[in-house]
Design a protein around this ligand. Sequence first.
Ligand code: NAD
Length: 495
Amino acid sequence: MSSPVALLPEVEKFLASSPLKSVVGGKDVAGSAGETMESIDPGSGRVLAEFAVLTSEDIDRAVGAATHAFTKSAWAKMPTNERGALLHRLADAVEKHKPIIGQIEALDAGKILAQAQGDVQNFVDTLRYFTDMAQHVQHRTTLAVSGHDAWTVRHAWGPCGFIFPWNFPFLLLGWGISPALAAGNTVVIKPAEDTPLSALYLARLAREIGIPDGVINVVTGTGSGAGAALSKHPGLRRMSFTGSPEVGRLVGQACGHNLVPAKLELGGKGAAVVFEDVDIPGTAQKLVNAITFHTGQVCCDATRWLVHKSIYRDFVDECKARMRAVHVGHQLDQASGMGPVVNAKQRDRVLSYLKKGQEQGAEAVLAGGPADVPGQKGFYVKPALLAGSLDNVAAREEIFGPVAFLTSFGDEDEAVAMANDTEYGLANSVWTQDLARAARVAESLVAGNSWINAHNLFPRGVPYGGVKKSGMGGGVLSIETLLDYYRTQSVVRPL
Ligand code: NAD
């Protein structure tokens, strides 16, 4: 192990304030049942801190606090530029605390430190982006209709619920709440039980810099407890869920029952379609980077690599050599190229798919398996490559680890058919120097997002979302997302 990064005193102090309370209506709140859970560093297996487990009564209070803040604090009615000044103050504060939040995020999520810091910057940039965009949203539009004076007006909805997964806790928090806050809504955030720390830190920071109490509430606890109570709450005006399709269905049902509009951002099983004219080493390296980025725990990853048969063997050999070279280690060790997976359950999930995949006939090009990191008791796996027929369970189901499944195709139509033969529809990529072919194939892939000669691209301004089992209700990161957080009302008077 090379030199691990030392923890900042502010990080030590934050962790030492365990058990960490939730923040509701600007106040620190312990769960009313008095229960706590532990948050663990997946790289070392060490307990980082305890946090409060909130009950459904506590969630009810949190939605009440968000409702009160919406109706009684100045937040919703504040001129957009004044709200914008406060949100810019929050973005500046997060940026100033980036080294602290970056370490907290790296420790809690098992994320390579530089990537965690990148996620914090991404939060800052997203918050600034939506805050600035909101300044230009037209709130009143006159309608040219005969015999009537008519117009529409945009209002914020009210309290919005957010449930987040553990893979990009802080980045997704930024993608989720920034447009909601910029439009004047209040939020109740339920982070994943594996990674609650960065959201709890944010709630404290928001309070410190003067965001009105109750505008940003963070409630911690289990999915079946706090998460289910939040998604069922009839007091919410909008809901946003990011996570697995299984839980997404439950959240969608609960919101459907209450007729609360829900945005569901779910899993994926993306394809990379690699044609015969690519630079083989360069493309192999980019796909290896993508599948090992955050240890493959990325919803939009390319996990099925479809390669033209004329270059298949060369391509597989390149990928194998490059995957083998990835250095697995603790997320704070500067020599590590890939950190742990988030917990023991996730490690077992990855290993079980490797086993089941091979039992169903997949070739283990690179067998993967548990990785041993000296001096650490965390949850490590090696990158793996399987190959064979796409009927295989490892080619059909989301594994959420550093495992890619390779197969070959003969022509463009076959490649498109293979890529589309999945229940998911999140993101795919096309790799070729022929840009006409690239555009044609990219548009033929049934998913929310297609990328050309790259994978995992998220420029702000390009809507990102899923179709089929990968999501519904609108995506994130674009003007449409901001507009989703206003309700439109019409006003008419006969002339
Ligand atoms: P998960 O669905 O298990 O959990 C997500 C969140 O839901 C957590 O906060 C959890 O506590 C909560 N939850 C669990 N049970 C609940 C219930 N009954 N009611 C309400 N909330 C409940 O997902 P995960 O394992 O944390 O994350 C991995 C999944 O997230 C993968 O499928 C991945 O593809 C997906 N994901 C999608 C995107 C996207 O943008 N499409 C982004 C990141 C992750």
